[in-house]
Design a protein around this ligand. Sequence first.
Ligand SMILES: Nc1ncnc2c1ncn2[C@@H]1O[C@H](COP(=O)(O)OP(=O)(O)OP(=O)(O)O)[C@@H](O)[C@H]1O
Length: 787
Amino acid sequence: MKSDSNPGRDEAADSVRDRELGVEQNHLDAVYRRLEEKIHEAEFLMEDATKRGQVGTPGALAERDAQVFRAGIHLNRLNNEFEDFLFGRIDLLQGKDGKKGPDGAYTALEPADGTVREDNTADIAETLHIGRIGVLDADYSPLVIDWRAPAAAPFYRSTPVDPGRVVRRRVIRSKGRKVLGVEDDLMRPELTAYLDGERLPAIGDGALMAALGQARSHSMRDIVASIQAEQDQVIRAPAASVTYVEGGPGTGKTAVALHRAAYLLYQDRRRYSGGILIVSPTPLLVAYTEGVLPSLGEEGQVAIRAVGSLVDGAEATVYDSPAVARVKGSSRMLRVLRKAARGALESGRPGRSAVQEQLAFGDDDEPEAGPTETPTRLRVVAFGRRLELDADRLNRIRQSALGGTAPVNHLRPRARKLLLDALWDQSGAGSRHSDPELAAELRSSFDEDVTSEDEFLRFLDAWWPELTPRAVLSAMSDERRLGRWARRILNPGEIRRLARSLRRDALSVHDVALLDELTAVLGAPARPKKRREYDPLDQLTGLEELMPQREESQRERAERLAQERTEYAHVIVDEAQDLTPMQWRMVGRRGRHATWTIVGDPAQSSWSDPDEAGAARDEALGSRPRRHFTLTVNYRNPSEIAELAAKVLALAMPGSESPSAVRSTGIQPRFEVVREKAADTVRAEAARLLEQVDGTVGVVVAMNRRDEAARWLSGLGERVVALGSLEAKGLEYDATIVVSPAEIADESPAGLRVLYVALTRATQQLTVVSGERDEPDGNGVPDLLRD
Ligand SMILES: Nc1ncnc2c1ncn2[C@@H]1O[C@H](COP(=O)(O)OP(=O)(O)OP(=O)(O)O)[C@@H](O)[C@H]1O
């Protein structure tokens, strides 16, 4: 790791470094002066807009609104205290032509002929500073180029093999308004370049290594200052259709996906006002990645949701056993759910109202005991006559209504109409008038007569209740009934396990996809309309739609819109290899008209049947063309850890290649064997690692040991956490302890791939703790990790 206090640095180098820091400090000062001017401008605009509001004509009010909105966004972005707001700089040679882009920078990628002189010297023609958002000087020259602008691309794309116009790439580290350090990479090391007659120096050992060596916290950092060329290709890939990215552990897939969201918004904000959805496998990964987009200046338009929280109101964190998960995730469930939706209707009225059901997603909610008895007879009095439909007739009416293909809840009006037809026939009133107009009038008053009777309404509610997804799911917890609905689709063991798991209180991650499917099968119940705040101005002007609600800030408004959104303009799926077929259907419904970015690694898949999931994914994506990318460099694990993990990869997916690790630490993984109690061994090792690293320590255990492992670590502080194997997805720690590889590998048919995930979480140190089941050798190396 590079350090600013390298003792070997001589005085001359120190003075060059100080001078360069001074140069960057001057530039940063100029940027902040300009930002302050812009903030004042925005504040003035806001004030001016508020005054317009007092004029009160519809035109002035609409204009006020638009102005407040724009100025508000501007202020928000400028006031955001960005850590290292300005982070990069490139020094470039003269371009082939003299054309400039909208950001004031020259557009040519290649240098003009003759720019490099025969003695390998050249002059720097252009210097660009790169930052989180763009800032133009008062004369419209670029003070800072937004990292997503085309002019910033060479900062990421240029390599010594293909340098383009870039001579030197510099990463600037600052805190608040103070420049702390610079790291230079020379893209044309053979060249002696001059800037304003002075030789261009290079400081430091390179930005990437400096970034990778930093201690990890429980939040992911953006990589905007050190995005690598192959990653940049993905981030800036055109949004059309499907961008498909594969890469091994630590290749930056999650980081790239997040930066791509920010890039797409920058490129076409209007188009993505339809929202970007990022689907993440676990709430832990959501929490870990949540801060990255705000650090890039983006909030509001992007929703990061765990796959267990995609359905409104559901917040599932419970994991099913692998055997149950395999059933719930399989596309066979589709047929079971369709049968259950119709079957639940015949079983009778659910115990709670639709509104209660809507609210009944919380973890502590008891699922219902199941539907109450369905009525077998309808008796009403109409036109003074007693009318009655018996069980047989009712059954025929129900079958006829169900003959339609519409969602079950939407067939209720049809069933009601068929009931009324049958009662009308029985009443004999149809023969009273030959005049069609009079007959129609009579029929209409008959219908009114019947439908105003409490008896009829009660009957309809019980006989054709409005079903909610949750009610159907709880009806499926009855093994006998589920057996009927799942006959010849699931085997008896699967039916038993599925029914038992649905009797549990809390919703599991896999239940959420079932609920979503049921919403589609049943038809969405009408949402209660949200009441708007009363705004007297609405009454005056009639500009309801244009006026923002008075007490709602822009951020709240963006959040509310995001909450209400069910479809998105772009969908990004992280850890896509883990989505089950039923989850692909759920995610697919949210992006029916979207463009997509899908990132994943088949070697890390915890789903047992990748082909089945692949088919569901292809169905979700339809015939959209796909653009494939592969990321090849592991930025997380040092080579010592990557080599150990590669042994499991060879078992999990023979023949697949590991990404190459970009650095080595010289520290080999350690092997410990449980002597008496796992608790003591793991706790002692965790305490040791906490001493060794500045950042975090993760202890990964088989899923059924999660709670136990948390107890082992109690009192060791917040830097250390215990995780079930499936929860480790996507996360990283300075050091990890993987407890019993054999237990993790035996958890499910995908166990070896899950173990591969567990072994690739550490940025510095890894300890493997083995029990008896791991059959450790004399050095403590478990069977699965031996050569
Ligand atoms: N260009 C880069 N500069 C600095 N750090 C980087 C770069 N690319 C990736 N990293 C870091 O490498 C680590 C791994 O990145 P990330 O989690 O995005 O990888 P991943 O491919 O999603 O991994 P996994 O498949 O194991 O979940 C993170 O700490 C990330 O910040």
